[in-house]
Design a protein around this ligand. Structure first.
Ligand SMILES: NC(=O)c1ccc[n+]([C@@H]2O[C@H](COP(=O)([O-])OP(=O)(O)OC[C@H]3O[C@@H](n4cnc5c(N)ncnc54)[C@H](OP(=O)(O)O)[C@@H]3O)[C@@H](O)[C@H]2O)c1
Length: 280
């Protein structure tokens, strides 16, 4: 049975979809894609942004929405989040543990590893890697028991190479993709799939947050968040192992043919710190 049909067929008894990083960029687009089909749990730190994004979902789609303000860099944030949902479930029978998990929250951090603030890199590992695995560890067993579920892990083209000037970010995405592909294989036959979305540059707040400059060379040919979120979302519903654009697939193949040192040098140049232009 096609996954899309399987989920929409549930009608009023919609499944719940948990989206992390649901306050901007790709997260905001995942909300639009999920709302017509599922009830939502939105997680990020900026509550006002999530409230604005969720404002009309019930009237437009009959979509119930739980907003959870949480810093996913905190120790055991995923465990605390699932504990909050479990408590919520005891008083709200219409809520069920999410069978769709979108591990989207993440951020980058430009700079040479030995000059960087370790606390920020540590937080990045927590958000980009640890909490993704933690949420999956807590939610997938229930999905397997139910016989269906979908997990989307937002990795990156960065997962296919080492990234001088942003070494921990690239390594975090390599971890996420490797783990996601392995669980995709392990889960064969269960009705549950894990999909790694591997975008190239996307025009969101990510570049400015990372310190790479949203108008820098790397971001000039960025894809739109609408396009990339749809690619990931449809790939996830279809149970694909990896979702990426043709352009990204071609680039990955080309990198593999080039001398490693050249790729490292070019990657380092693209990850040069570029401050955002100040408004005059
Ligand atoms: N944009 C790109 O070029 C690109 C390319 C490849 C992959 N990606 C990946 O795509 C994903 C989404 O990023 P985006 O491009 O949409 O950038 P974005 O607009 O900056 O969104 C990042 C999201 O992550 C959340 N987040 C960051 N730190 C968090 C924390 N400590 N706790 C909870 N939530 C946190 C942010 O929410 P709050 O700030 O409200 O907490 C925000 O909703 C990330 O995993 C990113 O690595 C992006």
């Amino acid at each position: 049975m096609a996954p899309q049909k399987m989920y929409t067929e549930t009608g009023d008894a919609r499944e719940w979809c948990l989206i992390t990083g649901a306050s901007s960029g790709l997260g905001a687009e995942f909300i639009k894609l999920a709302a017509p089909l599922y009830h939502l749990v939105l997680v990020a730190r900026r509550t006002d942004r999530m409230e604005a994004l969720a404002a009309n979902l019930f009237t437009e789609y009959g979509c119930m929405c739980i907003i959870i303000t949480k810093d996913l860099a905190e120790e055991a944030a995923g465990t605390a989040l699932v504990a909050e949902l479990t408590e919520f479930q005891t008083a709200n029978t219409e809520f069920h543990m999410p069978t769709i998990l979108v591990n989207n929250a993440g951020f980058g951090y430009i700079g040479k590893f030995h000059e960087q603030d370790w606390a920020r890199n540590r937080n990045m590992i927590m958000v980009n890697v640890t909490v993704c695995c933690e949420l999956a560890a807590l939610l997938i067993p229930n999905m397997v028991e139910k016989g269906f579920g979908r997990v989307l892990n937002v990795a990156s083209i960065a997962s296919y190479m080492a990234g001088p000037n942003q070494s921990i970010y690239f390594a975090s995405k390599a971890f996420l993709r490797s783990w996601s592909e392995a669980t995709w294989m392990e889960l064969q036959g269960t009705g549950v799939t894990t999909t790694a979305l591997c975008p190239g540059p996307v025009s969101t707040e990510w570049a400015a947050e990372a310190g790479i400059g949203s108008d820098g060379d790397m971001m000039k040919k960025a894809d739109t968040p609408e396009f990339i979120a749809r690619l990931g979302w449809t790939g996830m519903l279809a149970g694909k192992r990896v979702a990426m654009t043709r352009k990204t697939a071609t680039q990955i193949k080309a990198f593999a043919c080039l001398p490693k040192k050249l790729v490292l040098k070019k990657t380092m140049q693209l990850q040069e710190p570029k401050p955002e232009p100040t408004a005059e």
